[in-house]
Design a protein around this ligand. Sequence first.
Ligand SMILES: *Cc1c(COP(=O)(O)O)cnc(C)c1O
Length: 359
Amino acid sequence: MARVYNFSAGPAVLPEEVLQQAANEMLDYEGCGMSVMEMSHRSPEFTKIITEAEQDLRDLLDIPDNYKVLFLQGGDSLIFASLFQNLATNGKADYIVTGSWSKKALKEGQILGDVKVVASGEDDNFSRIPDLSDLDIRDDASFVYMCENETIHGNRIHELPNTKGHVLVADQSSMFLSEPVDVSKYGLIHAGAQKNVGPSGVQIVIVREDLIPDDLPGVPTMLRLKTQADAGSLYNTPPCYGIYVCGLVFKWIKELGGLEAMKERNEAKAKLLYDFLDQSELFKGTVVPEDRSIMNVPFVTGDAELDKKFIAEATEAGFANIKGHRSVGGMRASIYNAMPIEGVQALVDFMSEFEANNK
Ligand SMILES: *Cc1c(COP(=O)(O)O)cnc(C)c1O
């Protein structure tokens, strides 16, 4: 078995223990003689899987009782629209734009209603987070939207914006379960599983109950949060296998000591890589130190040809998916929960060697 170090931004590396357990249970899940892929979503076995997954997630994030946990489909790209339909009860919402994903969320708001950009990092190429302490939020804005960790640009909102009493909505896809979060500060958190907690196809939504509207005229059944909130995410067939793998990942995180332990691991990995970048004469990080993500680390040499050479040699050496997003170029190392520190150390050693050879 030759596993590479996979720095993909998503779908991304999963814990080997989880993949191994899923493999062991592939043909016969706990003695029921079938795979999780083959069982009814209303069977006692799957009921136990989804109930435990939700409970483990609640334990990990210490989710208050007045929040619903939903396992949906359609990805962040669909929830960008449906969260607006559900939460912007007067058709108005304000957006913080810190990179490509918040821009995409904004775009859906623009299609559906009246949106205002209250802060943007675009003029700085999203290399820093704008000041979020005194935003000009409209009094009647239904919520303030942000992407807490911008996967493509590698920046991170370290200090939550002052929303002046407005509901805060956050895309946490690429930082979900990487560290503890105070859920009570948010109205809604959404996260695609494929970054840090599972396979693609599962969209996790944590939403304060009182924000879920009872009636939404003109909005299709599946786009109403109430539909899946009332049905325990089982209104229709959910992404069963994906939810099962997420559940295994939640147990894996619990066993390692929960989100405090994850945070410690992740900070150690990020420090290793950023410390190297900060002293390197060849490689440079693209985000100012105070706004850096600890999950997605973009970097460049400043020379597109040399970037290309590095990516080719790194791929050859077993560092997979180190190429930056097609929209920004350069390199990016996504170092999610399941990336072991040995993988980051090996990458740093390789970069150091490349630097010596390309002086
Ligand atoms: C990957 C990602 C998305 C896109 O998710 P899809 O499931 O492909 O729609 C949205 N937001 C962030 C922060 C992401 O990292």
